[in-house]
Ligand binder design. Sequence first.
Ligand SMILES: [Zn+2]
Length: 423
Amino acid sequence: MATKKEQTPKIYFLDVTNRDGVQTAKLGLSKLEKTMINIYLNEMGVFQSEFGFPTTRHEARYLEANLELAKMGVLKPIRLEGWIRAIVEDVKTAFKFVPNIKHLNLSISTSEQMLKGKFRGKKTEDDIIKDMTDAVDAARALGAESVGVNAEDASRTELGFLVKFGQAAKEHGAARLRYCDTLGYDNPFSIYETMKALAENVGIALEVHCHGDLGMAVANSLAGAKGTVDGGQDAYINTTVNGIGERAGNADLVATVLALNKSKSFAKNYQLGNPIKLAVAAKIAEFASYAFDVPIPLNQPGVGANAFAHASGIHADGVLKDPENYELYSYKELGRGKPKFVETGREIISGQYSGIAGFRHLMGKMNVTFGTKDEAADILELVRYANVQSHKPLVEDELLFIAKYPHIAQKVLTQTPLVLETM
Ligand SMILES: [Zn+2]
């Protein structure tokens, strides 16, 4: 049996909006929108952002530019980590496309279902372990500072094999094992037991990655984290903003933070690794909703339009006498309650075909002025390109970001498709 950590294990947040979220069918984010998500996650105090796909050509410049932001201290202290398959070829491609990448998560299926149904019996359990350990070795040899290993479909994998898989990952220097409930198959009771056993028997920090196919993503995340900590290891909860993710989605970031902090007795017994600023919740949820073009459900915990609305006589009377009568937490904690400016008259907004006069007007409203005509024209050019990618007016924070970091914005927005040699 593996030894327990000497310090009390803690719970961290690892957001995967920019990987699992953007893999969602029918949805996507522009590279600038992904950058903004990283900025808000950092502001919120999230430990790590799975910021994209380093083996995908069109991601490379965005990833490098965000790593540059980290170096500049703009994306600090958040850790930026790329997701790839657990094969040596992907590791090599990742370092070729994104040479400055420092943190990677390597993913491979582990369940019997996937071995039979996906790999069609061409891979044995030993092959899976060999692919994974070779990939971990390669990542470390090429300079990865931290490597996480993902067991895809872990909840349908036999525990004995998961332990063996985790031990091999640990022996090869992986920092964490991600337990993926890929199909949302677990319940809080099953995931607690499995993750506790994994923590105890492998002795490695665990990530809990839950999906909502049975409506239990947040509850399962909490139970998985509890099992991990009870088993003596640090837990890393995977979330996405507004729960956007494949099929029925992932554990929602804000709801999971609330569940951890506000549910009965949990926060008394389990500690967060780094404090989460809930005050950023409304902002990040609204931005993600706008960027993905998916409305926040009316009854979404914390950030839904009805989360603090009261109509019935008894509730309204009660909440007016003392908010705690009918509210578990305050809207102010989530960054709500500030007046919102909604233009009801003439609107000047950014677009792909914006001109200099409109642009200067727009920026002037945010007290941004330009030294020269050329400088304003350059920033406008970047704003136009950002609009080409996002197909909607940029929000103030995006415009301010481009004006403040034009060289980074240029990298984020630049796409160079392959030169086709066959045509
Ligand atoms: Zn997932």
